[in-house]
Unconditional design. Sequence first.
Length: 420
Amino acid sequence: MDKLAIRGGRRLDGELRISGAKNAALPILAATLLTEDLVTIRNLPHLNDITTMIELLGCLGLDLTLDEKLSIEVNASHLSGFSAPYELVKTMRASILVLGPMVARFGKARVSFPGGCAIGSRPVDLHLKGLEAMGASISVDNGYINAEVEGRLQGARIVMETVTVGGTENLMMAATLANGRTVLENAAREPEVVDLAECLIAMGARISGHGTDTVVIDGIERLHGCDYTVMPDRIETGTYLVAAAATGGRVLLKGTCPHTLEVVLAKLEEAGARIEQGEDWVSLDMAGKRPRAVSIKTAPYPGFPTDMQAQFTAMNAIAEGTATVTETVFENRLIQTHEMNRMGAHIVIEGHTAIITGQPGLQGAPVMASDLRASASLVIAGLVARGETVIDRIYHIDRGYERIEEKLQTLGADIRRLSS
Ligand code: EPZ
């Protein structure tokens, strides 16, 4: 298993280009199931999760042509099967996103039940309830979800009791081909949901209200092909900004979307960073200073993103002062703090809150990555720690960060991959 070895203590300084957003690319790839026409998707990030989704579509019988610039042409005119197997779903929960499109277009789908994962139990009950409200019958056998409908799904008003990104995406995709109007209430407002909606609209879907908590979809009989470019990754952007801030450095990130990161940028300013931004770039300068501790509480968009929580926890670990970090979206997403304490951080967990007393420095140590964003926070801790940090189980990081060691090397970090 590959590891990352980091010698900390260098200030990050330089510029980078941000990759396409994983969490937008995954539902957009699933959306290609909704049409028999050719769909071209550009700006896919080169990540393990994307490869898994491509493998899943291939296993359903789609024709896929990937070029070296990470554009893909997908032809879903015929499917050879309707089953998303356990082997793929267990490696990537986002596989559940093929359920809505398949049942909407083909009237049937069988998808392995995604289990829990390191960050919590992560049920999919709201995806299933929504499809049932649209007329699908759902049954479960041998760990698989079977969804079926005679004819077309029916439009429905669906009030989701919790804001769910994947649930909103699955139901929005299903509703594009339903008979009549679907109204999704308490819908997720995340930029990735909006990007998916824009792609569906480019395929002819009738959607309005995306980006608000009420999304209205007027179903039509067929969607057509399109050529769509995936939005930049706001979490990758935020991660490099925090990494630069934690090291007292500066960074210019190009090809990104700062307007999707308002709360994160405000918190970085509160930590003492100077932020400048344009339409598609953002820069941060800490002018060699140690960051001030900043308290955060995660919430669905436009609140503070849970996917940025671990990185801010790492920055707070070496900041001046004390901060609290409260996780409200997932039940078990503060696990990385135990590894950070092994590096000399002072973090106490009380319920869903981490109380962090900033230390003047951390010491390198062998540590273990437990999930994607937790791994990113260990990289940040490693970048500021004295001595060497070796991070094990970095397959988690390869799911969501494209060539992280190369990008950090560009910024002057001493980081290398140890392949085994
Ligand atoms: C998406 O996961 C992202 N993944 C996650 O990113 C992100 O952390 C999360 O949204 C929240 O922003 C992708 O987009 C592929 P949810 P998703 O449904 O859709 C509960 C990363 O690091 N819930 O919004 O699975 C659920 O348990 C990843 O890139 C139900 O109770 O998240 C959680 O507590 C990790 N029933 C909350 O809602 C349901 O049917 C939000 O989950 C669905 C969800």
